[in-house]
Structures are given as C-alpha cells and as structure tokens.
Write a protein that binds this ligand. Sequence first.
Ligand SMILES: [Zn+2]
Length: 70
Amino acid sequence: MKFQIECNTDKINKICLICQQNFQTHEARLIVCNDQGEGYGDICYKCIANGGSWVQSQLQQFSHQLLALK
Ligand SMILES: [Zn+2]
C-alpha cells in the first residue's frame, strides 16, 4: 500500500477511500495504490489534513479489509 500524488487539471468528483465522502479534486490528488501501481482510490483533503500517520493507520485498517475479502 503506497501513496501516489498526481497532478490534476480537471475537477473530478471522487469518493474518499477513508471517510466515504464525496469531494472534488483540486490540482493535486492523493491516490492510494498497491505495489503494482493499481489505484484503490482517492483520499479527500479533509482526511489528508489529519496528517500522514493518521491516514496511514486508516489505510492499514482498509488493507486488512481487503485481505479479508480475498
Ligand atoms: Zn476523507
């Protein structure tokens, strides 16, 4: 599980991977992807504002859920 920051010119409506809220992307997107570079989804700016370690711990829970689904 890693982060990828992408520059973005369009405003796109996305659903945050962590809080499940709709948000509109700004000029930079934070995308969560696996080691193969496949994207899982975007993280909203409110969640990013909570800080890197908070986001990391939320994503850890998310990756446990993913593993449980397999
Ligand atoms: Zn969020």
